[in-house]
Design a protein around this ligand. Structure first.
Ligand SMILES: Nc1ncnc2c1ncn2[C@@H]1O[C@H](COP(=O)(O)OP(=O)(O)OP(=O)(O)O)[C@@H](O)[C@H]1O
Ligand SMILES: [Mg+2]
Length: 254
């Protein structure tokens, strides 16, 4: 594998009892790209994310992050190696403020050991980093508000902030705009674009205008296998993809 591949899935299989959901999935996400994972409902997109982030063990196959095998590791170990996932499982504490939530992420990154001898400088450094992060996800005016009081799209912004707080280089987002109005979607997409500028993004998204507008490359997962990977234009014009997936969408929309 070349070093410009951030994340690689090799013949990944996942069975739940008698039903095999992921059936030999192969995928390469390049370092620094924004890569969309699309596919019909039940194709296995979220399951694939659970496998990548270490929540579920693989039945067979291998997953590599920056050329190191991560399949078999615990989620926190995978996170420590530079992969962070957000959505569908959230680590947000609703009663803590936006600032406090993000500070937990920053603390996790620095490996806090509750050492009483730590200097005041250290704490102000943590607070300064947290403030920058609050600003980065555009929640400065909401910094002291309990996370549970945020609007839906602001909560998504906070979750993106949590993913960033740990300093991960590879970010996984599962349907970041699900259930959002056009306006909220635009806000979150801009945010995702901004905060992933110097990162690698793998995003599951059903909204094709978001996918085609945000991502450099797209992979299509159908029935637990990656049917095709390519640029938006290549995917749009791919016959097999049209038949298996995009065609369906057009019919539904018509
Ligand atoms: N823990 C589990 N045990 C058994 N079957 C599961 C489990 N998790 C998911 N599945 C099955 O795996 C298949 C893929 O589900 P998954 O949630 O990964 O699809 P998806 O592509 O994310 O769909 P959607 O677009 O609706 O979010 C589904 O048929 C689902 O019922
Ligand atoms: Mg899903």
């Amino acid at each position: 594998m070349s070093t410009n591949v951030a994340l690689e899935l090799i013949d990944v299989v996942k069975a739940f009892g008698p039903s095999t959901v992921i059936r030999g999935a192969n995928l390469q996400v390049r370092r620094g790209e924004r890569h969309a994972l699309i596919g019909p409902n039940g194709a296995g997109k979220s399951t694939l994310f659970h496998l990548i982030s270490g929540l579920f063990p693989l039945t067979s196959g291998e997953i590599r992050l920056h050329d190191q095998v991560i399949s078999g590791l615990e989620p926190y170990e995978i996170n420590r190696r530079g992969l962070s996932r957000s959505f569908q499982i959230t680590n947000i504490f609703p009663r803590l403020s936006v600032f406090e939530n993000l500070r937990l992420g920053v603390l996790a990154r620095h490996g806090v050991r509750f050492d009483l001898v730590r200097s005041v400088n250290w704490l102000s450094q943590i607070n300064a980093e947290t403030a920058m992060l609050v600003d980065r996800v555009r929640l400065s005016s909401r910094s002291d508000i309990a996370a549970g009081e945020l609007t839906y799209s602001e909560q998504r912004a906070l979750e993106i902030g949590m993913a960033l707080a740990t300093g991960a280089e590879v970010i996984l987002l599962d349907e970041p705009t699900a259930g959002m109005s056009r306006e909220e979607t635009a806000y979150v997409v801009e945010l995702v674009r901004e905060v992933t500028q110097d990162k690698t993004l793998l995003v599951v998204e059903h909204d094709m205008s978001v996918v085609f507008g945000l991502c450099d490359r797209i992979s299509v997962l159908v029935y637990g296998q990656v049917l095709a990977t390519g640029t938006p234009e290549e995917i749009r014009t791919n016959r097999a993809v049209q038949e298996a997936y995009l065609g369906e969408e057009h019919e539904e929309a018509a």
